[in-house]
Design a protein around this ligand. Sequence first.
Ligand SMILES: [Zn+2]
Ligand SMILES: [Zn+2]
Length: 442
Amino acid sequence: MVTLKDKLSHLNYTQACRLLGSRGKQLILAGGKLDIDLFEQVRLNSKQFSMKLENATVAITLDSTKRRRLNIRCSDCSAACEHQGAALSLILEEKLSLGLSAPPPERIPIESLSEEALIKQAVDDRNQRAQTEKMRLKSMNPRQLWTDYIITSYASGKSYRIALRGWEFGESYCSCPDFRKNSIGTCKHILYALNKARRKFSKAVRKTPAEITEICVYLHYGRRLQLDLLVPEDLAPEIADYLAPFKGKRIQNIKKLIHGLRRVEGLGVPVTIYPDAEEHINQKLFQERVAETVAGIRKDPKNHPLRKTLLRTELLPYQLDGVAFAVGAGRAVLADDMGLGKTIQGIGVAELLSRHASVSKVLEICPASLKSQWRFEIERFSNRSSSLVLGSAKERSAQYDSESFFTVCNYEQVLRDFLSIERVRWDLIILDEGQRIKNWEA
Ligand SMILES: [Zn+2]
Ligand SMILES: [Zn+2]
């Protein structure tokens, strides 16, 4: 059976235009100019693609009664509209980021590729797009090679900002979602711009490294993500002094860096922080805030205010301490490490994390006999939605992709539904092995 995701992955420009009728081409082009944050405004699950705009919501679903099988609606307009154009433009442009781009079937399965081969394949994919898709490149400073550019896709009308800084991966920047997500340090837009530059500029220019003209914080993509600082040579000494502790070093103390940059800006010198670097900084600051909360709880769980406010019941001091311990340990949480009242504490962990970050999908894995108990306690102690995974394999696969905050499944299902589970972005996974399994091992 054809699924919504299959249908959207194969959607091409001509089909998208036809979906919107005679004005399809104009609507897609106009809609493509709207600025849409893929991570905030767009949701895609097995049943529906939805995109929230300021005063309209566009939904795309599968409709077996229609010839083209896709049904597109806008909450605000009765006929084909720019909002729908924006949705289709986004889908055409961002298949990779939406997880819609399936690799051609003749390829070696991803699991059997080495890390280097994986990176090579990802770059090849993007190179091919750079060579076959039509784009328009506008330089902010046409006489310079290493400068900022605006790149626009002909078909979708979408524009992104590029900063070219060098030939190597990780040196340049693009504001597109794929660049932010793929972590290889390049994208089809950067590759397109570099190809153009290779033809346009002389060898002498191509070999001259980018001159640093402003202070700039960027994210370097390599084996591990790293903040880097570009500093012009001709800075006044008092400004250079503020930046000296970070120049050419691994930046560890984010708060100190921000402090230094503020001082520099206070002296009237502009500082550019690229959006991906800013996001990285925010994430680090989030981790530090969580660590502070955890330390605060663990020092005196009995008198910590969260003991009364975290859940709809008052936690015992050792329970709140267990929650803090688990949050501090990160990643997957083992409910069994928490001893008595582990359900409450598992729920508390999800709740505590969601107060510091946008946690919206939690997978709870437990023995089949405990599933109903988990759901009962989630409803009793928190205001979060929950759903139990039930039914045949076919029914189950869509259930992981639901709108629920908590999804509760059992271990046997994890083994069978591994692929469906892997497709969903889980913010937190809680494991409850139950006493039974503990006893078997003993
Ligand atoms: Zn509309
Ligand atoms: Zn890009």
